[in-house]
Design a protein around this ligand. Structure first.
Ligand code: FAD
Ligand code: NAD
Length: 464
């Protein structure tokens, strides 16, 4: 005998939670199947929130924000320990799990613990050790099973000193020297955190450019700032060999192509992620999978089987918690008859030290498309709030269409970049331009005022 629902959601990360709650708010009968005993997925438990909390802890323990500000030198308050580093991470994680529990319960979403898989196009089998199997049927199925760290075969992950980004949260001692393999977003964020704590960090990636999706000017600025923080960049280099001695007092030796040998005592491998689709039974029911097991979907997140939707990391790019939640909203509303599309402009917030954030076009993108533009810049150094907080090297850049003066792109590097970008994001979504920034009265002194400064800079260049 099977239970019958309007929607069964597999996975309780940001995509699953939002999908379930949006359907429940439409009065639908919804169940979430989650294999772990706690909800929240990568965002709450191993990725987004833990890493952002560790960043905040690293900034606090290292006195980073106060360095040089008050005429006294603030360095690491004391030798930071792993428990110092992880204390708040644990608190934030617990609070977030409790918030998700309440959200699902308040909206009447049923929850079942166990590993879900499809036995036919309308039936999910839930299996949990020591419990009888359960079959759940539903009109619609939402696949929100997320992703897991990709583990390149070169690295011996069974050694306790070689970590992926999940295992990093269980370290028992801080590294005295760390090698970060992979200079994607995860690698860059963790490299900055450990460097801020005064730990020597080497960052290696076969790609020569740092975060090449960023505006080239901002990618360059970030590279400079990370280098100044103490991250040794080995971009355009691959690791050819790794030697991990049995005795953990002996250093781990990594040999780069070209012969350079680097000794460290811990290694973090952040080489991308693979979709969690193995064993889900998707292909037998007609759902199509692409590279690294990602589910193929259309613009409304329907798979090749129209009543089965997939959202979040399981469908691949851009693989962010922010976009996962939006995709889930669009998919569920579409399933229950409401036409919705995802915003055409999606922001990026990268929590390196300093933060970098962007929305819309990059300069190199506009040049490639042949779109005429003018760039306006504002430095934190000439902004009163920037001076007060001591962020001397941050920058905001606005890209406007040269004729219509509409905003085309916004780029920020510095304190609060991932918050500041939203002013530009809203302007982009609204189709606004220079006039909006000129005619808006901003609080004073604020970093947001840089929008006015950058706009005047762009207008002055046009006059010139
Ligand atoms: C270190 C790190 C930092 C990050 N920082 C950011 C950031 O700052 N901002 C941002 O927007 N994004 C960030 N991300 C990305 C973000 O965490 C993911 O994009 C987001 O968690 C994806 O949500 P999801 O719901 O698709 O998947 P997940 O959060 O991975 O959740 C999937 C859930 O499905 C469950 N599941 C899997 N298979 C089954 C099954 N067969 N049956 C039942 N349950 C199953 C899993 O247990 C899990 O709970 C970060 C990621 C990492 C790794
Ligand atoms: N602030 C944020 O929005 C945020 C933060 C962290 C993670 N995330 C998301 O999490 C996902 C995973 O991040 P990620 O950084 O692991 O993946 P990624 O795909 O962004 O970067 C992986 C990097 O590893 C390199 N690489 C691959 N194989 C390698 C190897 N064998 N040796 C050395 N380098 C290798 C690649 O060249 C690439 O630069 C991304 O989709 C990202 O968007 C987002």
């Amino acid at each position: 005998m099977a239970d019958d629902f309007d929607l069964v959601v597999i996975g309780s990360g940001p995509a699953g939670e939002q999908g379930a709650v949006h359907a429940a708010r439409l009065g639908k009968r919804v169940v979430v199947v989650e294999k772990e005993p706690v909800p929240g997925g990568t965002a709450a438990n191993t990725g987004t929130l833990p890493s952002k909390t560790l960043r905040e802890t690293a900034l606090y323990l290292s006195g980073y924000r106060a360095r040089g500000l008050f005429g006294v030198e603030t360095v690491l308050k004391r030798e930071a320990t792993v428990s110092d580093l992880l204390y708040r991470e644990r608190r934030v994680k617990e609070t977030e799990r409790a918030r998700i529990d309440v959200n699902l319960e308040r909206n009447g979403v049923e929850r079942v613990q166990g590993k879900g898989s499809l036995v036919d196009a309308h039936t999910v089998l839930v299996q949990r050790e020591g419990h009888p199997d359960r079959r759940i049927t539903a009109r619609f199925i939402l696949i929100a099973t997320g992703s897991s760290p990709y583990r390149p075969p070169l690295y011996p992950f069974d050694d306790p000193r070689v970590h992926d980004s999940d295992e990093l949260l269980d370290i028992t001692a801080l590294p005295s020297a760390l090698m970060v393999v992979g200079a994607g977003v995860v690698g860059c964020e963790y490299a900055c955190m450990f460097a801020a704590l005064g730990i020597p960090v080497t960052l290696v990636d076969p790609k020569p450019d740092l975060l090449s999706f960023l505006d080239t000017e901002f990618s360059g600025l970030l590279r400079e700032r990370m280098t100044a923080l103490g991250v040794r960049m080995r971009l355009g280099h691959s690791v050819e060999a790794i030697q991990v001695p049995q005795e953990n007092t002996e250093p781990i030796r990594l040999t780069l192509a070209g012969g350079e040998m680097i000794e460290v005592d811990q290694v973090l491998v952040a080489a991308g992620r693979s979709a969690n689709t193995a064993g889900l039974g998707l292909e037998p029911v007609g759902v199509k999978l692409g590279k690294r097991g990602q589910v193929e979907v259309g613009s409304t997140y329907q798979t090749a089987v129209p009543h089965i939707y997939a959202v979040g990391d399981v469908i691949g790019f851009p693989a962010l918690a922010s976009t996962a939640m939006e995709q889930a909203r669009v998919a569920v509303l579409h399933a229950f008859g409401q036409v919705q599309t995802i915003s055409p402009v999606l922001p990026y917030g990268i929590y390196t030290i300093p933060e970098v954030s962007m929305a819309g076009e990059t300069e190199q993108g506009l040049i490639a498309k042949g779109i005429p533009y003018v760039a306006g810049r504002a430095g934190y150094v000439i902004n009163p709030r920037g001076q007060i907080i001591g962020e001397g090297r941050g920058r905001l850049k606005l890209l406007f269409h040269r004729e219509s003066l509409k905003l085309l792109g916004v780029h920020v590097l510095g304190e609060q970049a991932s918050e500041l970008v939203h002013i530009g994001l809203l302007a982009l979504v609204a189709g606004a331009g220079t006039q909006l920034f000129v005619e808006t009265c901003f609080n004073y002194p604020t970093l947001s005022e840089m929008y006015k400064t950058a706009t005047y800079d762009a207008l002055q260049q046009l006059q010139a």
